[in-house]
Write a protein that binds this ligand. Structure first.
Ligand SMILES: [Zn+2]
Ligand SMILES: [Zn+2]
Length: 182
């Protein structure tokens, strides 16, 4: 699930690309995969707070995600939208599993894509890639959904949303798939 995989925890934090504003994110994503997932308490013990479910990602990998988000993530990945991280309520997960980390995540807005708003609102979040037509179409459609905010660079986006928007977002993801095939 890697919900709180914070690149700064695993890799040289001085590397500018880790703020998701820099170059070569593909190389970084490959590196993340090579790290075999995040070993922080929020990732390792995540299922103690949010019930887990397996999904198959757009690139055919199995991933453990929060059960509540699974239908949306499946719809996104079926549409060719590549998701990388998500959590139904990161604030809650961090508060229970790694409380000393919470103030850092809540205040650090140095990266273009960050968790500060996610923590402040208690909303769900999903991170996704932004390069394919389906991904861009999904992000465009999100702009019209109330209560949903996005942070994005040319490579990565983070969508923050209240769980009340789940069905609407799942619909939009499915529509992205249909348009992709048309
Ligand atoms: Zn982690
Ligand atoms: Zn979670």
């Amino acid at each position: 699930m890697d919900a709180i995989r914070d690149p700064n925890e695993e890799i040289d934090a001085t590397s500018p690309a880790w703020v998701f504003g820099g170059e070569s994110v593909d190389a970084l994503v490959a590196h993340i995969d090579a790290v075999l997932g995040c070993s922080c308490p929020v990732c390792i013990r995540h299922a103690e707070v949010h019930t887990a479910q397996s999904i198959i990602t757009a690139d055919g990998q199995q991933a453990e995600v929060d059960e509540v988000l699974a239908p949306l993530l499946e719809a996104m990945n079926n549409a060719g939208i590549r998701t990388t991280d998500s959590c139904q309520n990161l604030s809650e997960a961090v508060a229970q599993l790694w409380p000393e980390r919470l103030p850092v995540l809540a205040s650090d807005q140095s990266a273009t894509v960050n968790y500060a708003r996610t923590i402040a609102t208690g909303n769900a979040f999903i991170r996704l890639r932004t390069n394919t037509a389906a991904e861009r179409r999904f992000l465009d459609a999100l702009a019209r959904v109330e209560g949903v905010t996005t942070q994005q660079t040319s490579e990565v986006a983070q969508v923050d949303f209240p769980l009340t928007a789940l069905l609407r977002l799942t619909e939009l993801a499915s529509n992205s798939a249909k348009e992709e095939r048309a």
